[in-house]
Design a protein around this ligand. Sequence first.
Ligand code: FAD
Ligand code: AMP
Length: 478
Amino acid sequence: MADKFDLIVIGAGPGGYVAAIRAAQLGLKTACVEKWIDKEGKTVHGGTCLNVGCIPSKALLEASHKFVEAQHDFDDMGIQAGDVTMDVKKMMARKDKIVKNLTGGIAGLFKANGVTALEGAGKVLSSKQVEVSKDGEKTVYEADNIVIASGSVPVDIPPTPLTEGLIVDSTGALEFEETPKRLGVIGAGVIGLELGSVWNRLGSEVTVLEAMDSFLPMVDQAVSKETQKLLKKQGLDIKLGARVTGSEIKGDEVVVKYADSEGDKEITFDKLIVCVGRRPYTQGLLDDDAGVKLDERGFIFVDDHCRTSVPGVFAIGDVVRGPMLAHKASEEGIMVADIVAGHKAEMNYDAIPSVIYTFPEVAWVGMNEQEAKAAGIEVKCGTFPFAASGRAMANNATEGMAKVITDAETDRVLGMHIVGQHAGEMIAQGVIAMEFGSSAEDLALTCYAHPTMSEAVHEAALAVDGHAIHMANRKKRK
Ligand code: FAD
Ligand code: AMP
């Protein structure tokens, strides 16, 4: 038997590495096990988020957006950029450098905080033991507590089996070496829209096939409608109600079969990205005697405090229920570390923001108007279009709107849904408002810097009572 720890964390993604650092900071003897290896066979930390998720996708979104701006928006501002071209290989090299910087930094954070980094695949045994295997060697460690943070992997569907270089998942779509002429994306979820946007901006003809009839059903209808319109204007052909049923490789093309309300159809692409969601990853993780139960969808079953069915064993992040988001994983990691260290800790699952990093960004927190009404709540909403914002005009970003949803009786903020430039930054105001139990009036009485995009949130809060300042059609003051 090797070392004994107060806490062993399995997985060093944004859930696991944050939990490990927090626990060590609180004085717990902590180890973190990671099995991800790079092309050179070295262990890398950071999980999906840093390696093949949040960070590389944002690096490509930023570069491709700047490319579009330089081509189409600079001229209007008097900037003559000449012939603008994109070197895809260079864009990819920059993305890889950012990923390397960040993933490499975690080893430094572990060292600085006294977290022991264990390399290899972790398996939960009975009696809170963790077996770590690497290159055929197995070591068993004991722990008073275990946190499972093993994350998720892309879902694949039988009609479109992954095919090297032709049918890829989100990871493959972050590695294209050139811009495909005709690109298919299955799934109009967050990841599908982001990756579709990257390649659309670089010149691909992008068709998104989405089985559902509704577009972004989790987002307020006014905001999702506006988003759909804006993405269509950019050239994304989003086909709703189009269920992919099969595919065939013909030479270096992919023929995709799908069914919509008119019947069976076919469409040919040069590359196809499958973005139909992610599933919890528990392969090889639990010994038969571990006692940790899964739910019917394969997620590790946990309570509100991320406790599994085994006392002292916790699970966080994508491998448990709730939104598959990096910041949700990290917050759960902090909560669990605090609990293990003997503190009281809670997570507010009602105030987790979501962002789609398209242009403009879509961001939301809490309920949308339709959900609130369906829950029997009488609501009052305020909206403000960026078309009426001075800063949006100066920024060349007048598309979109901010919407505040409140309880008509108490004025309490129930949700905020925004589509607009920097919506992902602005949504923090909605999160803080909800955390603090604020009313729309609280937001309305707050002094916002001028000129900022955030003033749209102020105006939307004022509009809840019909008192927006910069809207011509506002209601008369009573
Ligand atoms: P992961 O990040 O998946 O990490 C799990 C880690 O555990 C991995 O490193 C894995 O190797 C390791 N592991 C698994 N099993 C074992 C084992 N038995 N032993 C040792 N190690 C093990 N979220 C956002 O919030 N914002 C975004 O902008 C965003 N963009 C995304 C874009 C894409 C293309 C994708 C795919 C995802 C994106 N996400 C985004 C989702 C985000 O990446 C995940 O929600 C997040 O990474 C989950 O964190 P986690 O720690 O639970 O798991
Ligand atoms: P998300 O879960 O947000 O990543 O989104 C995945 C999307 O893929 C969902 O909107 C699903 O409806 C969609 N989807 C799943 N299977 C298919 C399919 N066979 N054809 C088209 N869309 C699909």
